[in-house]
Ligand binder design. Structure first.
Ligand code: HEC
Ligand code: HEC
Ligand code: HEC
Ligand code: HEC
Ligand code: HEC
Length: 453
């Protein structure tokens, strides 16, 4: 990947050099530069170029951006080509869904099955995330006036709900909606029946009804649980906005952040260390927290024991721990009574970026035996639930035999809802900082909705 960049870079440099040198010549107005570069009367084109092309602006942002996972992450490269994945992973695809206002609804097809409409087209399903992904008007007027325009600030129709709900963070002119458009959870779809988006309300309204049981007649089981039954990774936007949970009980409110802070306030605060600016990293950077109108009077630091950092995070971690402890089942294995986690443990911090967020290092996946996609399943879990269905041919005979000894999973609606809420709050990554009151209410009410052990 890096090699590709270099080649492109050299190409641009060449073009750039010729444009820049042309600009500095005292030539006739508007003759030089790429199409559309019409020097303003009396203004040398090089002046407008340097509004951005200077060490403090584009060059600084570009340097910071190399430290952003948007840039160094591999996902854009890996998901390019896939029309369903690329709207959040590839530049062209993101621009396509924004420009065409592609809905996130599900539509019924001729085969009586639903499909998720939120996808791009094959000819726009590629591209690393780069400046133009977010800055839609670069090189339009070739002045600094091209910077403020963002690819989208419109309300975000939530794909998690098949478009039934939207997120609209209006503060700061809606700039957070840009982030939320990608940083939102993905829908659970009914894999065993009609492929429609899962009806989350039924999970909280009929908590004791069985959601999955191998013994149930076909069609009653909406989803066949597997290791990878999850709501994807980008849950931050939904938790921040206070939307996306299976809201058991009542009493939901949002923290002030939801209406007062923008994603940029914390994730693009003045750069310090390895964080801030176009690194988009909030971790370790309290500059954005401690500004006027926010926490200036009682500044937040990493060490603080006030409720706004350590206490909040310790409390949310404890709630996640408690919820995981309730999401277990006692099974008889080899004549012994064993408590089996429904959630998968993974202490490897390379493959589990959330490892430090719970005591047992859950990763939000399910503890259903799958030695291919989850090779460390037996390293970190005392036991697991049986893989459902015929194991893939890639499994060894020993793996198939082991699988057959494992207990079968059953889930109630309440447990399924609890799993979703656990995934949302774990993968939000902030341990309650994004939206303390929503996160704590969601987790506390979920705990109450599960029968005591
Ligand atoms: C609104 C700010 C802005 C203005 C004004 C602007 N540019 Fe750019 N330009 C950018 C950004 C952002 C990039 C992408 C930088 C990157 O990816 O590192 C870029 C990239 C380039 C590149 C490719 C360089 C590379 O290394 O990839 C060239 C060439 C270029 N600009 C020339 C010009 C010229 C000539 C002008 C004036 C006529 C101009 N730009 C005015 C923002 C601007
Ligand atoms: C085009 C979709 C898109 C937009 C828009 C977007 N992001 Fe991202 N973001 C991603 C993807 C995809 C990743 C993960 C990339 C990877 O792993 O290769 C990511 C990664 C991140 C990370 C690092 C997460 C980690 O795992 O360490 C942060 C922080 C982040 N984004 C914040 C933001 C903020 C703040 C905004 C708005 C200013 C924003 N993003 C806008 C798609 C997007
Ligand atoms: C609605 C937007 C969206 C869609 C659609 C989407 N993703 Fe993602 N994905 C994200 C975001 C945002 C992140 C980064 C979240 C973070 O790190 O906080 C991410 C992260 C990932 C990662 C982890 C990258 C890492 O840092 O390790 C993988 C792998 C991935 N996505 C694969 C896929 C695949 C495969 C599909 C299609 C089946 C898909 N994504 C569809 C938004 C999306
Ligand atoms: C994920 C989206 C995203 C990407 C990718 C992105 N930017 Fe930005 N950029 C923003 C947002 C949002 C703002 C406005 C921040 C604010 O108002 O707080 C911004 C502001 C800016 C500014 C003006 C503010 C400042 O810092 O002086 C410049 C210059 C800039 N970006 C350059 C770049 C360049 C160069 C790249 C590529 C190397 C880039 N951006 C990539 C989202 C992005
Ligand atoms: C009040 C400050 C604040 C705001 C506002 C905020 N975040 Fe965060 N965010 C954090 C903190 C703190 C973390 C956890 C970082 C850490 O572990 O230290 C975090 C973590 C994340 C991560 C996880 C990955 C990482 O490595 O940083 C993503 C992605 C993210 N936020 C996206 C967003 C999005 C999208 C928005 C806007 C909808 C947003 N955040 C608004 C403070 C904030």
């Amino acid at each position: 990947m890096k090699k590709t960049f270099l080649v492109i870079g050299v190409g641009f440099l060449f073009i750039g050099a010729s444009i820049f040198s042309a600009c500095t010549k005292e030539g006739p107005m508007g003759k030089t530069g790429p199409a559309g570069v019409d020097g303003k009367d009396g203004v040398d084109a090089s002046t407008t170029c340097t509004e951005c092309h200077n060490p403090a602006t584009v060059e600084l942002a570009a340097t910071e951006f190399e430290f952003s996972k948007h840039s160094y992450g591999e996902a854009a490269f890996e998901e390019s080509g896939n029309v369903g994945c690329s709207p959040c992973h590839a530049s062209e695809a993101f621009q396509y869904v924004c420009k065409n206002n592609v809905p996130s609804t599900f539509t019924m097809g001729a085969d009586n099955r639903w499909t998720n409409s939120y996808s791009t087209i094959a000819t726009a399903a590629i591209g690393e995330i780069t400046c133009v992904t977010c800055h839609s008007s670069l090189h339009t007027t070739y002045t600094s006036a091209d910077i403020p325009a963002l690819t989208t600030v419109a309300p975000v129709s939530m794909t998690f709900f098949g478009g039934a709900k939207e997120i609209n963070l209006t503060q700061g002119g809606g700039i957070s909606n840009l982030c939320v458009k990608c940083h939102q959870p993905r829908p659970f779809t009914n894999s065993n029946t009609n492929k429609n988006v899962l009806n989350y309300d039924s999970l909280k309204n009929f908590p004791t009804v069985l959601f999955y049981d191998a013994a149930q007649a076909n069609g009653l089981n909406k989803i066949k649980p597997s290791y990878r039954t999850h709501t994807h990774y980008g849950t931050a936007g939904a938790v921040f906005a206070g939307k996306g949970g299976v809201e058991f009980g009542s009493g939901y409110t949002n923290s002030l952040h939801t209406t007062k802070a923008t994603c940029q306030d914390c994730h693009m605060a003045t750069q310090t260390g390895r964080a801030g600016g176009h690194t988009f990293v909030a971790k370790g950077n309290f500059t954005g927290c401690n500004t006027d109108g926010c926490h200036k009077d009682a500044p937040i630091t990493a060490a603080t024991t006030t409720k706004y950092w350590k206490q909040t995070r310790d409390n949310v971690k404890s709630l996640l721990d408690q919820l995981a402890a309730k999401l277990t089942k006692v099974a008889t294995i080899d004549g012994n009574s064993v408590t089996v986690d429904i959630l998968n443990r993974n202490k490897d911090t390379e493959s589990n970026m959330w490892a430090a967020l719970t005591t047992n290092s859950y990763d939000g996946y399910l503890n259903i035996y799958d030695p291919i996609t989850n090779p460390s399943v037996q390293t970190y879990n005392a036991s697991s639930f049986q893989y459902i269905g015929t194991p893939p041919s890639t499994w060894s005979q020993a793996q198939k035999d082991y699988n057959a000894t494992l207990p079968k999973i059953t889930l109630t609606n309440a447990q399924m809802g609890a799993l979703i809420n656990f995934q949302l709050c774990l993968r939000d990554y902030s341990l309650g900082i994004h939206n303390t009151t929503y996160t704590t209410t969601l987790l506390t009410n979920t705990l109450a909705a599960l029968p005591s052990k």
